[in-house]
Design a protein around this ligand. Structure first.
Ligand code: CMX
Length: 133
């Protein structure tokens, strides 16, 4: 069902303030920044080898990321897995008793179809399914 780890999401208060660490200190490549209105976040994508880090900055106090920052401060927010067929993956997880936050995919960064599994049914890790094409 899963094809790879697509990216790790990291909640930050400010992309501008955090970017120098990832880009200049760690030497990761910035591949783009984008606003994702459906999630009330601005994101920056950085790559190292075949792996990606997504920095997430809230654009509204109502953003899930704003709530996360308020409670936990900055840090790892979610793990995203690539899937070939997100509708089939949602159906399979639902069938297995997982609690989906999104029963129907939403559009995320890069126009990908995304859906989240509630951390209460995934061992405390907010889990994202991501179909990029
Ligand atoms: N990782 C692990 N646990 C998390 C979490 C996270 N990122 N966010 C919240 N939780 C936990 C809370 O700590 C809380 O646990 P306790 O009940 O033990 O205290 C529980 O989940 C419920 O949290 P809450 O604060 O009552 O509920 P919220 O209103 O914050 O909603 C969640 C939580 C996961 C349903 C919501 O954040 C959500 O729908 N997330 C999916 C969308 C999202 O995160 N979008 C941003 C990223 C977008 C992108 O990548 O493009």
């Amino acid at each position: 069902m899963l094809s790879k780890i697509s990216h790790l999401g990291v909640a930050v208060r400010s992309i501008e303030e955090t970017l120098p660490f990832y880009r200049d200190v760690l030497g990761m490549k910035l591949t783009g920044t984008e606003e994702v209105p459906s999630q009330m976040v601005r994101v920056a994508f950085l790559t190292v080898g075949e792996s990606n880090i997504e920095l997430l900055e809230p654009t509204s106090p109502e953003s899930p990321v704003a709530k996360f920052l308020e409670k936990n401060g900055p840090g790892i927010h979610h793990v995203a897995y690539g899937v070939e067929d997100i509708e089939a993956a949602i159906a399979s997880l639902t069938e297995s008793g997982a609690r989906m936050i999104d029963a129907v995919p939403r559009i995320g960064a890069h126009g990908a179809k995304i859906a989240f599994v509630h951390p209460k049914s995934s061992g405390g890790v907010l889990t994202e399914l991501c179909q990029s094409h």
